[in-house]
Design a protein around this ligand. Structure first.
Ligand SMILES: Nc1nc2c(ncn2[C@@H]2O[C@H](COP(=O)(O)OP(=O)(O)OP(=O)(O)O)[C@@H](O)[C@H]2O)c(=O)[nH]1
Ligand SMILES: [Mg+2]
Ligand SMILES: [Zn+2]
Length: 309
């Protein structure tokens, strides 16, 4: 049977996948494994994972994307991170701490982008990570698979390898210093990506500045990304947020709210508020929903104002 090609797999020798992006240059990989450094405009919008076709004069034409993960930067601009992904690994650990709500925000972004999320709890060799493990398992085991590893001590890497081998193309996201690059190095030792020490405040030093796509020896592909602490979901409207928000869909599926357009704030007959009252839904998680809802509504208001002016 002829193998069906997807947009994330180059179909001809003139097609390639972007495996690194350096601003005005991208490293592309052809189906035979050879690579080539091509020039692109800073405004090209290409990202790692994009499939491109090589036109005349070395110009790259981007092929349609299957999926795209985008985050909002500090100035409120959407920044595409990587394309043609299947799965998203949220890398968390005890040091540096992951900001409250980070995992929920990324879960929303992953679901909305059509990616299957899972959690990688790294640095299980540190005693502080055992405490975090209990918390993460309590809060997220019903929502996503959790793989507990130590990149530096090479603990339980086999479980991660196995997970990745059937996950398609995965992107790792997490705060700087969580150990994303260390994990890639542990999974593919010939890589030798730069890793950095934590600073005096136990934060990472933003060592990785470009995303890199690698093919794993045991199957699957993995994208390393630069660390960031804030992640506001893009491409999610205030109306859609509840649909993607972790833990809401099972409640709403069982008992829909009285009003179809319920925003789950203070509307009568709201099943989400009722679930919080009977402790079926953690109050902190619900309050985080309200926080993200305000952010998105604020953004929508600004967009509407810009549209009018
Ligand atoms: N104890 C312990 N330290 C680890 C582990 N994995 C990574 N580290 C350390 O954590 C620090 C940060 O690792 P990196 O791999 O650079 O982290 P990163 O997430 O890629 O950081 P950015 O590239 O800045 O986003 C380094 O000092 C690593 O040696 C682990 O499993 N256990
Ligand atoms: Mg890194
Ligand atoms: Zn409601």
């Amino acid at each position: 049977m002829k193998k069906k090609s997807s947009p994330s797999t180059p179909r001809s020798e003139r097609e390639a996948v972007i495996v690194s992006h350096f601003g005005v240059k991208v490293l592309i990989r052809f189906p035979d494994g050879s690579t080539h450094l091509a020039h692109v405009k800073r405004s090209s919008g290409h990202v790692v994972g994009d499939c491109v076709s090589i036109c005349e004069a070395d110009q790259l034409e981007r092929l349609p994307r299957r999926t795209l993960l985008t985050r909002m930067d500090n100035s409120g601009k959407p920044r595409p991170l990587a394309a043609n992904l299947d799965s998203l690994g949220i890398v968390v650990t005890s040091v540096p701490q992951t900001p409250p709500g980070f995992v929920e925000r990324i879960l929303v972004a992953a679901y909305a982008a059509g990616l299957k999320p899972f959690i990688v709890l790294n640095k299980i060799d540190l005693p502080a990570t055992s405490l975090l493990r209990e918390k993460i398992e309590e809060e997220f085991s019903a929502l996503a698979q959790i793989v507990c590893v130590s990149a530096s001590e090479k603990q339980n890497l086999e479980a991660l390898r196995q997970h990745l081998s059937t996950a398609g193309r995965t992107v790792f996201v997490g705060v700087s210093g969580a150990g994303k690059s260390s994990l890639l190095n542990a999974l593919a030792p010939e890589l030798d990506l730069a890793v950095g020490q934590l600073n005096q405040d136990q934060h990472g030093c933003h060592v990785t500045s470009v995303s890199t796509l690698i093919t794993l020896p045991d199957g699957g592909e993995l994208v390393d990304t630069p660390g960031f602490r804030d992640f506001s979901p893009v491409d999610v409207s205030s109306e859609d947020l509840a649909y993607w928000y972790p833990g809401f869909s099972s409640i709403l599926g069982q008992t829909p709210c009285k009003f179809r357009n319920c925003r789950h704030r203070n509307e009568p007959g709201c099943s989400i508020i009722a679930a919080v009252d009977v402790e079926m839904l953690r109050r902190e998680r619900y309050e985080l929903y309200l926080e993200i809802l305000v952010e998105i509504e604020e953004r929508e208001k600004q967009q509407a104002q810009r549209g009018r002016s």
